[in-house]
Design a binder for this molecule. Structure first.
Ligand code: ATP
Ligand code: MG
Length: 396
């Protein structure tokens, strides 16, 4: 089938009143961004309260569907045939051919025509269009019966002055809200499975993402860093342009390792990560932090540990995976194409400085007291870490 346009459907939630324009403009922006790398000429327009993508000439259909499938806020994608032939006999033929191609025998057994007539000067009204085109489909597609209540296939026919739009299929979109319609947040992005999924989930709610990665050269390699850059690119396919701050965390980790009780290493390290991430959040205008934590997954993610980590944060911390099992997280990771990258076996800075027996029930005032052992050095170390941070921009 040769489609000339896509009708973009989006959920109505949250887009009433003043927000509607913001929502639609962001959606148009992200549709354009996603289609920029697809072969073809695409023109994204807002028409009569709907968003359309018009194609001029040849284009890559599969590529376009795949690209639109990365845009948050789209609930469905309907490929549309547009004809400028307004003669009723020709319309009957075109509609019957359309149904033959889109709903061949064995795929659908019942249908209804759902005509709309925004162009009021068209000589037939919607009832007549429904009846005439229905009859043409019955004649042209003998396997089809009419069912106006629960049809397998609804054939939408919209008669406009510029042409007739015919569509029936709806390919599900990602849902959610267009990125940028809900402020921004700072993602603590590691090379693991969880944090890319966490960032993706928050972006799905319309939040723009910037990210911070803590590396510890020479204990962590360039390849581990490259893996995080690759994961950031995967998240950015969905969330759009992001800043990635790469913080050299080695000296802070070494100081913690030297001066603090080993069973508290991870928890103290996590608290410094949150502090530094909050610094970049402020710099980037982010309204919250995002982590991939899930209750009980590891020692640093028990309810007690989360309390201690959270205690250093002024901003809200979004933990979208908090109640997820690992398997549920893996399923999303696979769906967003991050999994294969996440499981590449490069060391994580946290796996090198781990204690044999980390505390699982840290007590906040005890941890705070241990941190005082860093008092002489930590201000300088933090200052250097911030000054030497490398920031790269990822995505478009
Ligand atoms: P992930 O799979 O996301 O690495 P994890 O199960 O390994 O998570 P932890 O290592 O305890 O869990 O990290 C918890 C969260 O802290 C991560 O989801 C991430 O948001 C953040 N984090 C951990 N290490 C780093 C790092 N090196 N750089 C940035 N953020 C990190
Ligand atoms: Mg990790």
């Amino acid at each position: 089938m040769n489609y000339q346009a896509f009708l973009i459907k989006y959920a109505e939630i949250g887009i009433k009143g003043k927000n509607r324009h913001l929502f639609e403009d962001k959606l148009v922006h992200h549709i354009n961004r996603a289609l920029a790398s697809v072969d073809g000429n695409f023109d994204v327009t807002k028409e009569m309260g709907r968003i359309y993508v018009h194609m001029d000439g040849e284009y890559d259909y599969d590529g376009a569907i795949e690209a639109l499938g990365t845009v948050f806020g789209i609930s469905g994608i309907c490929p549309v045939v547009i004809t400028e032939e307004m003669d009723m006999d020709r319309l009957k033929e075109i509609t019957a051919d359309f149904v033959k191609a889109v709903h061949p025998e064995g795929k659908a057994a019942t249908f209804k025509i759902n005509a709309r007539r925004p162009w009021k000067k068209f000589p037939k009204d919607t009832m007549e269009i429904n009846a005439d085109l229905g009859e043409a489909v019955l004649l042209g597609c003998p396997w089809m019966k009419v069912d106006v209540h629960h049809p397998d296939a609804t054939v939408n026919v919209e008669v406009r002055q510029s042409g007739v739009y015919i569509y029936s299929l709806e390919i599900p979109g990602l849902g959610g809200m267009p990125v940028g319609s809900n402020g921004s947040a700072e993602l603590l992005l590691s090379g693991g499975i969880d944090s890319p999924v966490a960032g993706w989930m928050i972006a799905k709610r319309g939040v723009q993402i910037d990210a911070v990665y803590f590396h510890a050269p020479p204990y962590t390699s360039e390849r581990a860093k490259q893996k995080v850059v690759d994961l950031a690119k995967i998240v950015a396919r969905y969330s759009g342009r992001m800043r990635l701050h790469i913080v050299n965390f080695t000296d802070i980790q070494l100081a913690i390792y030297e001066k603090c009780p080993h069973e508290e290493l991870t928890i103290i390290m996590r608290r410094y990560m949150m502090r530094i991430a909050e610094h970049f959040a402020e710099q980037d205008g982010a309204l919250g932090l995002i982590t991939g934590e899930s209750i009980g997954q590891v020692a640093s993610q028990t309810a007690h540990s989360l309390l201690c980590t959270n205690a250093v944060c002024k901003l809200p911390v979004y933990r979208p995976l908090i109640g997820f099992d690992k398997q549920e997280i893996i399923e999303i990771s696979q769906k967003i194409d991050a999994y294969e990258t996440s499981i590449l076996p490069f060391e994580d800075c946290c796996t090198i400085f781990v204690a044999k027996h980390p505390v699982t029930h840290p007590i906040l005032h005890v941890v705070e007291r241990s941190e005082h052992k860093l008092d002489d050095v930590i201000d300088d170390l933090m200052k250097t870490a911030l000054e030497t941070t490398e920031t790269i921009v990822i995505g478009s």
